[in-house]
Design a protein around this ligand. Structure first.
Ligand code: NAD
Length: 425
């Protein structure tokens, strides 16, 4: 039987992206997959129904009929409850399910016995790089954040020497040098700004400098690289945070544009820019808070709004990748295609999902009526019976180095784990 794949139209008015592009439809067709697109699904990304038809998809307004027979359903956000109810058991449902804030949706997908995959949980391993939606979308967000800043800033970014006088280059400070931050640095540099950046991960220094930025960082706690074994930032000690705040306060007062991108997985965004720091900036300065949907790096920014505080503009757009919906959809659609392709038997032209695989285990939420993701499984009840005393055993929980408040005697650069992400230059 031919594998049937359905592309959903997003329900949220603010979601501009779509989970397939004419290009990925063509590739799915070449693999032997039959594709049905919900009418109007690509309209906000610049893909008309006719483009999908030309690529070989059927386009339908009657999505219920298509969902009832779909082996694979793809979407950007978690599908609505009414759509989940129409899916057949074992259907592979792929999207950004936001599982930690969407327990009702996860439960509904478990109840429907579908195999739900949450793309934003993709493990950061080499094999999964082409499926990494956080990278593909953050990269675009970092670029757009700089353009959003320039739209609010009433001055130019590059230095210009004119007969009427010199226009000084703008100073741009990027907080958080992950995927979005590095692209923001590269974009601001291209526009001629004087760029500096900070991060808690010592390994970010070389990447920032390779893009022409100056790295601004306080001395780390003894032996602390600022990152987890997975390469993510960790919450720093109170002493580190105090020292970081003092350094940032001094630096920020001289900046024209601040781009905030700092995040800690599974935690609210760290507050890095205080009211006092905002008030220390010159009127006309701009802060773009890409972390606004996770609570914000600046408490004065407002999700979904551009607000002003004492002459400083605070830009808090939501769904920033969706502000470049054409590229964001193309890249997201490719991430999904690459995932399907990795678990597809080319000869039999059938899905070959392997639940023993690290990638499937990393993103798989529900299967055969159960919530199967490790991080979402209900906690086991604590045993009430008193167990006999045992010698201390090694914990299996992921280890987290205790934060040490002491300063190191001398700071040595930490060896870099990973080169600059693709596309940042
Ligand atoms: P992220 O979106 O979780 O966070 C953005 C940045 O904010 C990170 O660089 C983080 O260190 C920084 N940050 C957190 N708290 C901070 C604070 N208090 N002050 C300053 N900065 C702070 O991160 P990301 O963009 O997803 O990248 C995280 C890491 O994963 C990076 O090392 C990146 O290179 C790596 N990565 C690896 C792969 C892969 O191997 N497949 C793919 C993408 C990213």
């Amino acid at each position: 039987m031919t594998v049937q794949l359905t592309v959903l139209k997003e329900e949220q008015a603010s979601e501009t992206r779509v989970a397939a592009s004419p290009e990925t439809v063509k590739k799915l067709k070449a693999m032997g997959v039959s594709v049905t697109v919900e009418a109007g699904a690509g309209a906000k990304s610049g893909f008309e129904d006719s483009h999908f038809k030309q690529a070989g998809a059927s386009v339908t307004k009657a999505i219920s009929a298509s969902l009832k027979k779909a082996d694979v359903v793809v979407s950007v956000r978690a599908p609505a409850a009414a759509k989940i109810k129409l899916m057949k058991p074992d259907a592979l449902v792929i999207g950004q399910m936001n599982p930690y804030q969407n327990s009702a949706g996860v439960k509904a997908m478990a109840a429907q016995k579908v195999q739900a995959m949450s793309m934003e949980l993709m493990p950061r391993i080499t094999r999964a790089q082409s499926m990494d939606v956080l990278s593909s979308q953050s990269n675009l967000a970092g670029y757009k954040a700089v353009l959003d800043a320039t739209a609010e800033y009433n001055r130019a970014l590059p230095m210009m020497m004119t007969a009427a006088g010199t226009v000084p280059a703008a100073r741009v400070f990027v907080m958080g040098a992950g995927v979005a931050g590095l692209q923001a640095i590269a974009t601001a540099k291209r526009l001629g700004a004087i760029v500096s950046a900070t991060d808690v991960r010592a390994a970010a220094a070389e990447q920032v400098e390779s893009l022409g930025g100056t790295f601004v960082m306080v001395e780390a706690d003894a032996g602390d690289s600022g990152e987890t074994a997975g390469g993510y930032a960790k919450e720093m000690s109170a002493d580190y945070q105090k020292r970081q705040a003092a350094l940032v306060a001094e630096h920020i007062a001289k900046q024209d544009i601040v781009i905030c991108t700092a995040l800690i997985p599974g935690r609210p965004a760290p507050e890095l820019v205080t009211r006092k720091m905002v008030e220390s900036m010159k009127p006309g300065s701009v802060i773009v808070d890409l972390a606004v949907e996770q609570g914000g790096n600046c408490k004065l920014s407002k999700s979904g709004k551009v607000v002003r505080h004492k002459g400083v503009a605070l830009v808090g757009h939501q769904n920033v990748p969706g502000r470049l919906s054409g590229n964001a959809s193309e890249l997201y659609a490719r991430n999904i295609l690459n995932f399907i392709d990795a678990f597809f038997d080319k000869e039999k032209k059938q899905l070959a999902l392997d639940w023993e695989d690290e990638i499937v285990q990393g993103i798989g939420l529900t299967r055969a009526g159960e919530i199967v993701h490790e991080a979402l499984k209900p906690a086991r009840p604590v045993a009430t019976k008193k167990a006999p005393a045992k010698p201390a055993a090694k914990s299996k929980a992921p280890t987290r180095k205790p934060a040490v408040a002491k300063k190191p005697a001398a700071k040595k650069p930490t060896p870099r784990k990973r080169a600059t992400p693709k596309g940042a230059k």
